[in-house]
Design a protein around this ligand. Structure first.
Ligand SMILES: Cc1cc2nc3c(=O)[nH]c(=O)nc-3n(C[C@H](O)[C@H](O)[C@H](O)COP(=O)(O)OP(=O)(O)OC[C@H]3O[C@@H](n4cnc5c(N)ncnc54)[C@H](O)[C@@H]3O)c2cc1C
Ligand code: SF4
Length: 478
């Protein structure tokens, strides 16, 4: 219970509450979620660490501006339903963001409790509390039906059902517009469903959130590749008054190494899509096979690399090497993911870089040649530039290689709609405030605008675009 008489000093003495999780030895043999989540008691103790700061610094770090002290206070008071209601005013997918948001770089980074302890890890565990209360709602029933304004008679097409598209769809629908989501794949969710693995984000959660949207009256159409079945212009001809493009960054980048075309070399996208979306981990009960590997090299140091490495372990690999050209400190992956990968036995080959892949007589990859690196002066990103150490090449035996060095924007829509302007990386150019593209009636947000970014930034843009769509449809002004 939130005890109003507790002093800030007393609150600061409460340690951060750990979330119970599956044992690493057991969990690499299943795809079940790793952390179990807080119990009601743990959540209430954690919530009572919050100082209820008047100036709400944590909210500054939240791209969707959740009333963080408000929802935490409701948890501390045991009023979980009210807590979810507060979150859902600005975030329709809390069970998802509570699990995958990089809170240590966002809300928790600004938390006064963390700052007092001089450690972001000791900040109020905002993400874990958000996840707790969202899961509580899933078990105990919704916080209340979403209010939909009376029909406007106008309709909006949303292209792509990732977090940007789903958020835009919900917000536009709330305002009384008809909404159709066109999704290229046979399931909704974008990266949430085909990229982020089950053990990090159970797919049932994503499907439940989509069910909520359908209950609000959002129409979902799958296997619809816009740019192939019909163009953006044809969407207008079909009677849509505005279009939101949230097609993400699904085009895998490669290193262009000699041997990258060998059999057994995957992009992380293909590997994770086979494993997650097509459930290759339960082949032959499911239709999609995946090569059973013994020694796997993963190239990269971000979330995608961690997900690939941890998935390879769960598919039975004996050795999974994560080859990264900088040191652990520079890894862009979330700290929690790096720690989980480490605990599960992923072998970090840091300050090392692949230079070529060597194949056998049948065209299958059998070795990777790497070179050792050292850190030089900082580059444009502010991180120290890795420099190869001459003559330090060495080889590792592998049978599978996963390239996880990032993704670029999908070019299909700009290619088929030339009046939508893109920048030199292929990202759609928008007005930052309104997310309007160069084409009248067309808005865009998420990774297709930002490049490969984060779930919450995609949701933030989906929300911003929805406001601008409403204004455009109300006033007719572009
Ligand atoms: C493996 C992996 C792990 C990640 N882990 C994290 C994490 O832990 N935390 C985090 O915050 N972020 C993470 N990210 C990044 C995050 O998932 C993305 O930033 C986010 O999903 C972007 O959302 P989006 O809606 O813009 O696009 P997406 O999620 O990519 O969704 C785009 C959707 O559009 C569909 N589409 C594409 N083209 C068309 C078309 N022509 N017609 C119809 N539909 C189309 C696609 O099929 C897809 O469903 C991860 C990314 C990957 C790949
Ligand atoms: S900054 Fe931290 S302590 Fe202050 S209101 Fe936000 S979560 Fe609570």
């Amino acid at each position: 219970m939130y005890d109003n008489n507790m002093t800030p000093k007393e609150r600061l003495k409460i340690p951060p509450q750990e979330m119970p999780e599956q044992d690493p030895v057991e969990r690499i043999n299943n795809v079940d979620e790793v952390p179990y989540g807080y119990t009601e008691e743990l959540a209430m103790v954690e919530a009572s660490r919050c100082l209820q700061c008047k100036n709400q610094p944590c909210m500054k770090g939240c791209p969707v501006e959740i009333d963080i002290p408000g929802f935490i206070k409701a948890i501390a008071e045991g009023n979980f339903r009210e807590s979810v209601r507060i979150i859902k005013e600005t975030n329709i997918l809390p069970a998802i963001s509570g699990r995958v948001c990089p809170q240590e770089e966002q809300c928790q980074r600004y938390c006064v409790v963390g700052k007092s302890h001089k450690s972001v890890e000791k900040a109020v565990q905002i993400g874990k509390l958000e996840r707790f209360v969202a899961d509580w709602e899933m078990i105990n029933g919704e916080a209340g039906p979403t209010k939909i304004k009376k029909p406007t008679g106008k309709k909006v097409a949303i292209v792509g059902s990732g977090p940007a598209g789903l958020t835009a769809a919900a917000e536009v629908r709330r305002a009384g517009y008809g909404v159709t989501v066109f999704e290229a794949l046979h399931k909704p969710g974008g990266v949430l469903i085909y990229g982020i693995p089950e053990f990090r984000l159970p797919k049932a959660i994503v499907m439940k959130e989509v069910e909520n949207l359908k209950k609000m009256g959002v129409e979902m159409q799958y296997n619809r590749v816009i740019g192939k079945i019909f163009s953006v212009d044809e969407l207008f001809e079909k009677g849509y008054d505005a279009v939101f493009i949230g097609t993400g960054a699904g085009l895998p980048n490669f290193l262009n190494l000699p041997g990258e075309n060998l059999n057994g070399v995957y992009s992380a996208n293909e590997f994770l899509t086979r494993a997650n979306l097509m459930k290759a981990y339960s082949f032959p009960e499911t239709d999609t096979p995946i090569a059973r590997s013994t020694n796997v090299a993963v190239f990269g140091g971000g979330n995608v690399a961690m997900d690939s490495a941890r998935t390879a372990l769960r598919l039975g690999a004996e050795n999974v090497y994560l080859v990264y050209r900088r040191s652990r400190k520079e890894m862009p992956a979330r700290v929690e993911e790096v720690e989980h990968a480490d605990a599960e036995g992923v072998q970090f080959l840091l300050l090392q870089n692949p230079v070529s892949l060597i194949g056998d007589e049948n065209g299958w990859v059998k070795q990777v040649e790497c070179i050792k690196m050292e850190l030089g002066e900082p580059d444009d990103s502010g991180r120290r530039r890795p420099v190869p150490i001459e003559g330090s090449e060495f080889r590792i035996d592998i049978d599978t290689c996963i390239v996880a060095i990032g993704n670029s924007s999908n070019p299909l829509i700009p290619d088929t709609t030339p009046d939508i302007k893109i920048n030199r990386w292929g990202n759609i150019i928008v007005d930052e405030e309104t997310l309007k593209t160069s084409k009248k009636g067309v808005f865009a947000g998420g990774d297709i605008v930002l490049g490969a970014a984060t779930v919450i930034l995609a949701m933030g843009q989906g929300r911003k675009a929805a406001w601008a769509i409403k204004e455009y449809l109300e006033t007719g002004q572009w």
